[in-house]
Design a protein around this ligand. Sequence first.
Ligand code: ATP
Ligand code: MEV
Length: 672
Amino acid sequence: MTTQSVTNGQHGLSNGCYGFLNGFDGSANGYNGLTNGRNGCNHNSETNNSTLNGGHSAGLSKGFANGTGPHVLRMANGLGFKSIGSRERRALSSPVSPPADLPFIQPVSAKLKPIIKTDLANGQPSRAAEDSTEPKTSSPTDSTSTLIADSVPMESAFMVSAPGKVIVFGEHAVVHGKAAIAASVSLRSYLLVSKRSKPDGTITLKFPDINFDHSWNIDDLPWDLFSRPDKKKHYHDVVTELDPELVAAIEPHTADVSPHIKSEKERKIHQSSAGAFLYMFLMLGDPDWTFRGTHFTLRSTIPIGAGLGSSATIAVCLATALLRRSDALAGPRPNMPSNEARIQLERINSWAYVYEMFIHGNPSGVDNTVATQGKALHFRRPDYKKRPEVEPIWSFPKLPLLLVNTKVEKSTKNLVSKVKERKEELPEVVEPILDAIGMITDISQKFLEPTSCNKQPMGSQGLRRELLAINDHLMVSLKASEAQLQRAEELEMVEPIAEASKNILDAYINVSKTSDCDLLSEESRCRLLGELMSTNHCLLKALGVSHERLERVRELVDKRGIGWTKLTGAGGGGCSITLLKPGVSRETLNDLETELEKEGYQRFESTLGGDGVGVLDPVILGKPGENDHGAHIDLNQFLSAKGNEGIERLVGVRGKEGERMGWKFWRIDSGI
Ligand SMILES: Nc1ncnc2c1ncn2[C@@H]1O[C@H](COP(=O)(O)OP(=O)(O)OP(=O)(O)O)[C@@H](O)[C@H]1O
Ligand SMILES: C[C@@](O)(CCO)CC(=O)[O-]
């Protein structure tokens, strides 16, 4: 069964499964043993897999044969010599155990051997060796070495990548302390951290996707204020709010960015990106040699402002890069103990949240948490002064999801503010809606992970009770005072609340007809999840965050009776997800896709639940057997990779043929 969970990931892509988003992609996550472990305590894995995968098994045999857990680990190990350096000194002073394994040299690392000096005391490469300013020499007869020599400006380069996400349940409500469920997608951002060979005292941020490129003189930045004892934050601190004095001190350094940009809106985006970066850099970085001449260059395959968490991926990549450069991260490395990986991930996530606060104001942190941890998770932040409550969903099922981009760009910040204003204006109507969304999320979690060891699968009676409780909240909302209800009518909130109530009652009737045993069948679970998704969408519409283009997707899907649609992310445009009914014919889907395309929608193919943040170090081409395998990728190559395909081919965490060599991830397991 291990192999099956490994190969499942490719399923939808390999059999041309209509661009579905697929559930856990075991090939890259090394979770196969873990899945078996938890299955062992309740169900056997055979039962579990057949329950989860049901009728979607056509592509199982075409999985990522290359990507099986042990194989990947072996390959990663071979490239891993740089990751366990004394750059981890600071990280290891935190309560984590020392590196458990020493790297061994594979053909690729042999080519780079001359630049590695071993610290004899601990058998690991020394910091001096890692960041050596010596030219990287090698045999002149070796074609790879020529490429390495050409790429001297890339001295001590590394790359970080983080995945986008879909929110399956609970967006917006999560900002107000309710639960959300989110999963990572295979679209990712890639950040190259490179250093000029002759450091010149500047630091450079390049975001070519948004036409942003700016350098700062490091000595001009407000280090004094940021290092004042009452202001100073350390890499292990949890920062839950921005300091207005520090934000103000950054403003003069972002005021003059992008003088060539005419659009005020675009300039604001550039200024907030620059400000968010500087805030983190001044907190985590230092004015000495470490960062001088460093370039942070980001490219992404995630559409911007489409609800797929693009900003959070940038936050995670930059936080990881800054923590790593300033010696505050250990790993990642293969076989890192789960507890140690968790500490590193929490550290990254805390700082990514700082970046997100700068961009969004008051985010819940769900986006950066998924971009950091990957997989799928249940998230709640009842207290903004504390870390969020995060519960991984270990066996997120293979949902046949269709992901559609309306291509209407929106601003998460504005939409979050809109909901907040609505809540302040109409608390009697809005608060019960938010409660209902939170309850929908909690019920869904039980159905997304019904075989979990520590959760009782929900019986039909309990479920009906919960559905009625949701409906009660909707009734409370509709029984608001006359004045509030009238205003709610004006804002077109009442009809979607009534539609949500109808959906919940339909779900109630369907559950009444189902025995406890049948409730766990794929068909019943799919229908229930679908009805809950539709209900969630109606409530988001009532909150004012849908868009006519999103409603049109619902209309096109509903007309064919083939699934349940909801917006995902902040709404106001962006993307929708449709959970397709089991057994929908290829013909019907083709027909839907043609119509969507005609109306200017974009459909995405992606898998759900892949790895979170990862590091590629050294940044070399990774295809064994290719001529230039082992050659360094330089900044120009990265910048000139064409489109998403070009980026994926050059540095992608996963190419079409399987997992790319070299990427390493901090992986946590269920502990079972
Ligand atoms: N490729 C990119 N390069 C640089 N900046 C980006 C990139 N993608 C996103 N951003 C930043 O993120 C902002 C968009 O974030 P926003 O939260 O509105 O959308 P999202 O993160 O895609 O959606 P959601 O928050 O609903 O998931 C942009 O304005 C920009 O600041
Ligand atoms: C709309 C929202 O709930 C999700 C955006 O992806 C905002 C947030 O959680 O911060």
